[in-house]
Design a protein around this ligand. Structure first.
Ligand code: T3D
Length: 259
């Protein structure tokens, strides 16, 4: 536990909870450092097979802490983005485990970017997304301009990023910004059930799937076909593939070990 971030590991699932509810879990330097370190440590922990990112209280995350930004010793924005935000986004994308954003409430600014960088997004009915950057004269950062068009298409991305109106949970579901919406009281149960299902999967195959989906966004079909063949060679040589075949033959659930 660091001020502003709670890290709980329960069996194969790590839950990272942004925990400054009075400031809607806005991101300060210590929270950003703690989040980056926690993601690195979870990525290295082979016992963790799925990760949930969520927020305490009524918000997921309100982005950059604007009170901290007002301080005279605050780093220049480009430095802050390069040195504090971007490593978090890279960590989310490069870690082998799938990361679920359990969006419990408002996700604004870089808080929305954090959710966009996760592999799956499920939302409470109370959730809303606000690309709040423009309202304070900034551009979307922390990957928002990269993720948004890929997730919702260029037309909707332009509207969200330039107009900046809040997107409620129902609309987020409709445009594919989240894949499920549940009652707020059910969100963490739903997230845990999903995380447990992912954790029961073959870790190597899941991590290679994450890698292939990520790479597909920047390559052509021929490169994707060749990439899939290479990754299938790796997955096909794993003990988990042997176990998967044995479980199929013996009509029992597989017990994957990640080897
Ligand atoms: O380093 C850099 O600056 C570069 C990186 C930039 C990345 C970014 O994230 S830029 C975008 C920063 N975030 C925002 O601009 C969002 C600001 N917040 C809001 O627009 C609204 O608070 C929300 C839409 C998120 C929620 O609105 P609402 O009406 O539900 O809540 P509220 O009443 O506005 O806020 C509740 C409290 O949280 C309030 O404090 P108080 O008055 O009760 O003491 C408010 O000041 C505080 N709060 C909300 N957002 C932030 C915040 N405190 C600090 N930083 C915040 N971002």
């Amino acid at each position: 536990m660091t001020d502003g971030l709670r890290v709980e590991i329960d069996g194969p699932v790590a839950t990272l909870t942004l925990d400054r509810p009075d400031a809607l879990n806005a991101l300060t330097v210590p929270v950003k450092i703690a989040l980056r370190e926690a993601l690195g440590s979870v990525a290295r922990d082979r016992s963790v097979r799925a990760v949930i990112l969520t927020g305490a209280g009524r918000a997921f995350c309100a982005g950059q802490d604007l009170a901290e930004r007002d301080q005279p010793d605050a780093a220049p924005l480009d430095v802050e983005v390069r040195e504090r935000y971007n490593p978090i986004i890279r960590a989310l994308r490069s870690m082998g485990q799938p990361v679920i954003a359990a969006v419990n409430g408002v996700a604004a600014g870089a808080g929305a970017s954090l959710a966009l960088a996760c592999d799956l997004r499920i939302a409470a009915e109370e959730a809303r997304f606000v690309l709040a950057f423009g309202r304070i004269g900034l551009v979307p950062d922390s990957g928002a301009t990269w993720f948004l068009p890929r997730i919702v298409g260029t037309a909707k991305a332009a509207e969200l990023a330039m107009v900046g109106d809040p997107v409620d949970a129902a609309e987020a579901l409709r445009i594919g910004l989240v894949s499920r919406v549940v009652a707020g009281t059910e969100l963490m149960t739903e997230a845990r059930t999903l995380a447990d299902r992912l954790a029961a999967g073959a870790p190597l195959a899941l991590s290679l799937t994450k890698e292939a989906l990520q790479r597909s966004l920047t390559i052509d079909l021929d490169q994707a076909l060749e990439g899939e063949a290479k990754l299938q060679g790796i997955a096909g040589a794993s003990a988990d593939h042997v176990e998967g075949l044995a479980a199929f033959r013996e009509k029992r659930p597989p017990r994957f070990t990640g080897s």
